[in-house]
Design a protein around this ligand. Structure first.
Ligand SMILES: NC(=O)c1ccc[n+]([C@@H]2O[C@H](COP(=O)([O-])OP(=O)(O)OC[C@H]3O[C@@H](n4cnc5c(N)ncnc54)[C@H](O)[C@@H]3O)[C@@H](O)[C@H]2O)c1
Length: 303
């Protein structure tokens, strides 16, 4: 029954350029996964949100409920759209049953290569070979996960941005073995979610948006390290001359100095290039526990 449905769906997708996705599974109900699942349910997909335990799922539902309530109050969504999305969103710890019933799986579990490799190796045996396997990883390129998958042509990154309910961009990152069909269908799925698709032709650590961000951050840190200007002035230049909504140092405080530090460590682990190591000023803040807004102090102090 499933195979028949998928064949006809994919035939249809081929004809109209759509993704052929009716049902999606999102693995990991944390910051990203909960909102990616909400985006999919709002866009009309039957959606399973999976985690390893009930607690993160319950937490995700609570957070989504308050967010949706706020959105309805502020007139950003209608109550009917939100209620219809809840009807389509199912939370479960039965990952394999959800994945086996899905046309696409988007993995947004913890950023750990071994965990992700285990998840995809296991999914490979329960999903139909036509099911798209995507990771939301910000740092792990898809070839590192395709290695453990028999049908590696269906593997890619679909990289969402935080908060996924708000941010428009989704990067589609293929590896050299990603099939044309997967590239096309995964891209169509991102567009059906209402996102703006940025398609990479090949994988590269950091993808596009974070590489642009890193280039700005790197230059900002270099100007600061050289004593060319103090960090509030560099932020002011970015805000008032380039019209960025916030300066690179303000953004680091918002994202978390620990996140900035660990992303650079992960990049260095992949490239081995000493240039990719965290900037000494970042390492200093990290070691001092000055992690930004969340600890009340990073580059700036917060009341
Ligand atoms: N946070 C961001 O700003 C951001 C932005 C873009 C992409 N990402 C990527 O998204 C992914 C998730 O990041 P996050 O910030 O949402 O993490 P998070 O820590 O908020 O959530 C991870 C969730 O995965 C669950 N989990 C752990 N192991 C699992 C398993 N084996 N099976 C199912 N669920 C499991 C955890 O219980 C947790 O609920 C990472 O790969 C990260 O690189 C994060």
């Amino acid at each position: 029954m499933k195979a028949h449905t998928q064949q006809s769906l994919q035939g249809q997708a081929q004809a109209d350029g759509g993704s052929g996705v009716e049902t999606a599974t999102v693995i990991g109900a944390g910051t990203m996964g909960s909102q990616i699942a909400a985006v999919a349910a709002l866009a009309g997909f039957h959606t399973y949100l999976v985690d390893i335990a009930e607690e993160p799922l319950a937490q995700a539902v609570d957070q989504l409920r308050s967010r949706f309530d706020r959105d309805v109050e502020k007139g950003r969504r209608t109550r009917e759209d939100v209620e219809a999305a809840w009807e389509r969103l199912i939370t479960t710890t039965d990952r394999d049953a959800a994945a086996a019933a899905s046309d696409i799986v988007v993995e947004a579990a913890v950023e750990d290569l071994d965990v992700k490799r285990r998840i995809f190796a296991e999914l490979d045996s329960v999903c139909s070979p036509d099911t798209i396997l995507a990771t939301n990883s910000s740092n792990i390129v898809p070839s590192r996960l395709a290695e453990v998958v028999e049908h590696g042509g269906r593997m890619c990154n679909l990289h969402f941005f935080n908060p996924a309910l708000v941010m428009e961009c989704v990067e589609l990152v293929p590896h050299h073995g990603t099939s044309e069909e997967t590239r096309r269908r995964a891209g169509a799925f991102a567009e059906e979610l209402g996102k703006t698709l940025v398609t990479l032709k090949q994988e590269i650590p950091g993808f596009v948006a974070n590489r642009l961000l890193n280039a700005i951050r790197r230059e900002a840190l270099s100007l600061y390290d050289q004593g060319v200007a103090d960090f509030p002035d560099i932020d002011a230049a970015a805000r008032t001359a380039l019209r960025h909504p916030m300066g690179p140092f303000e953004l680091m405080d918002l994202v978390g100095i620990d996140v900035v530090y660990l992303i650079r460590q992960a990049e260095h682990a992949q490239t081995g290039d000493p240039e990719d190591l965290p900037d000494p000023a970042i390492a200093e803040l990290y070691e001092a526990g000055r992690l930004g807004r969340k600890t009340g102090r990073g580059w700036y102090s917060y009341a």
